[in-house]
Design a protein. Structure first.
Length: 497
């Protein structure tokens, strides 16, 4: 087992989230070198690490399943050939280890003979010393053979290597695990890493990346042609290959909205569902050969019925496969809203253009995340929270302020996150008036709600604040937090009408 482990693998080994280990690293409780932790410091923090000690990890997986509707967690076991390759690799390591053990045994026997030879020629004191040394060696060898002697993390690491391969992306140093039959691209997206891609089907070549070390296997035939020179340099398509062993690859990672190209595609309606508060869930699915590349929190323009269009925030995260979710409020007289509520059916085509918007997560910030959603402002905030969950953010706080109780239309989702995750905290607040029309008289009412929120959590002023909802409420909240002394760079705003 390597002396240094990435935080992803170490967290998986002891059954906690990356956020928990990162907290220990920041507090100095666990030692890290260049983003990796030593096995020794991991064992010092988790001396009782056992194979079954994975409660927190399981809990996170459950909430992810809930958040993503089990759509991206359907497959658990790797491809048979991948499994066979990983087992073959482990068998080779086992054979090498057995050979080493046999060499050590021979060495031990020689040492035994030498000690016996010394005993025969030595005086009484030396004979006693040699006898004691033999006894000590015998005891040490016997205790090393005890079943409990072996490091449980080493056993777990080997099991993990069969079920999942680890990928490190250069130069960004992001890392993620490839599980089940996921391609490298799918696994990266599930972990919230925005690699470059276009079609996800082997046609566009945008996901081309260079394998620096490790073994990959093609799982999908692709039309895009990689030249022989590029192949010899290690280039592959991430959407068409999976990892057989641990892999290091070179690929660009989107760091800002400028890195995401403008796209146009035709999606299909998978489902529509009406919520309380005159809200509707619009669930679109992009074609297998063309996915939408976007950053969590961004919006797109939708055109329905060939004529009616609107810009809507995406309420799902990029880690959610081909699914694009939107929350739409009924607005009688608005042609787009009328068409979606009254005419749009399953399988209808919806034109999608975008993405746009800069309401995205500051991923490199070490601060706690505070989300304040007003009514339908929950849509882009849901996208950001799901993305933050896939990145194992350390501390996530959600306050949902509704014009009425019905306006907090997905409180069950927020409460489920709160129940299942130690690092997620949720509170809902009812304003009692229409947040789209905050009059001067009601401004004070809303400000006192903000003061109450800040008064209940001293950490908020140290965190990153994300505000989304109708203009009158969001802009008032922005003013409030800036007046508290938060710098503009730590207050992000999305106006949702
Ligand atoms: S070839 Fe288009 S995303 Fe891979």
């Amino acid at each position: 087992m390597n002396a240094l482990l990435t935080v992803t693998r170490a967290a998986r080994l002891v059954g906690v989230t990356r956020a928990v280990l990162q907290k220990k690293i920041q507090s100095g409780e666990m030692i890290s070198f260049d983003g990796k932790v030593t096995v020794e410091s991991l064992l010092a923090c988790y001396p009782d690490a056992q194979l079954e000690d994975n409660a927190e990890f399981t809990r996170l997986e459950k909430i992810r399943e809930l958040a993503f509707g089990k759509r991206v967690f359907e497959r658990a076991l790797p491809d048979v050939e991948v499994l066979a390759s990983r087992l073959a690799e482990l068998s080779k390591i086992l054979a090498d280890n057995q050979e080493q053990v046999s060499q050590f045994n021979k060495l031990l026997n020689k040492l035994w003979d030498k000690l016996d030879a010394i005993k025969e020629q030595a005086n009484a004191d030396t004979r006693l010393m040699a006898e004691n040394l033999k006894l000590w060696i015998k005891n040490e060898v016997e205790s090393a053979m005890e079943p409990g002697f072996s490091n449980p993390l080493a056993i777990r690491d080997n099991m993990l290597r069969v079920m999942a391969a680890q990928v490190t992306v250069l130069p960004s140093k992001h890392d993620f695990l490839v599980e089940g039959q996921d391609t490298l691209l799918e696994a990266a997206m599930r972990s919230g890493i925005p690699l470059s891609y276009g079609c996800s089907g082997g046609n566009c070549g945008l996901c081309k990346a260079k394998i620096v070390s490790g073994q990959v296997k093609k799982t999908l035939n692709h039309d895009f042609v990689i030249s022989e020179t590029e192949k010899s340099q290690g280039y592959v398509l991430l959407c068409s290959n999976t990892a057989v062993s641990d892999v290091v690859l070179e690929a660009p990672v989107a760091g800002s909205v400028q890195d995401i190209p403008f796209q146009q595609l035709s999606a299909r309606v998978k489902k529509t569902e009406e919520f309380a508060g005159d809200m509707l869930l619009l669930h679109l699915q992009t074609p297998r050969t063309q996915r939408l590349r976007f950053l969590a929190g961004q919006s797109v323009s939708l055109r329905v019925g060939g004529a009616f269009s609107a810009e809507l925030p995406i309420a799902s995260c990029p880690c959610d496969d081909r699914n694009l979710l939107f929350h739409l409020r009924r607005q009688p007289g608005n042609l787009f809203s009328d068409y979606v509520f009254d005419h749009l059916k399953c399988n209808d085509s919806v034109e999608v253009e975008g993405p746009q918007g800069e309401f995205i997560l500051h991923e490199k910030s070490p601060r706690a995340l505070y989300f304040i959603a007003f009514d339908g402002g929950f849509a882009p905030i849901k996208s950001l929270i799901e993305h933050a969950l896939s990145l194992d953010a350390q501390s996530i706080h959600l306050h949902w302020i509704g014009s009425s109780r019905e306006a907090i239309y997905l409180h069950n989702v927020a409460r489920a996150w709160d129940d299942a995750l130690d690092n997620f905290h949720y509170l809902e607040h009812v304003a009692g008036f229409d947040l789209r029309a905050v009059t001067a008289k009601r401004e004070e009412n809303l400000m006192s709600q903000f003061r109450e929120i800040v008064g209940g959590d001293a950490g908020l002023v140290q965190g990153d604040v994300y505000l989304a909802g109708p203009a009158s409420a969001v802009l008032l909240a922005e003013q409030f937090f800036l007046a508290l002394g938060l710098p503009k760079t730590r207050v992000s705003v999305a106006v949702i009408n």
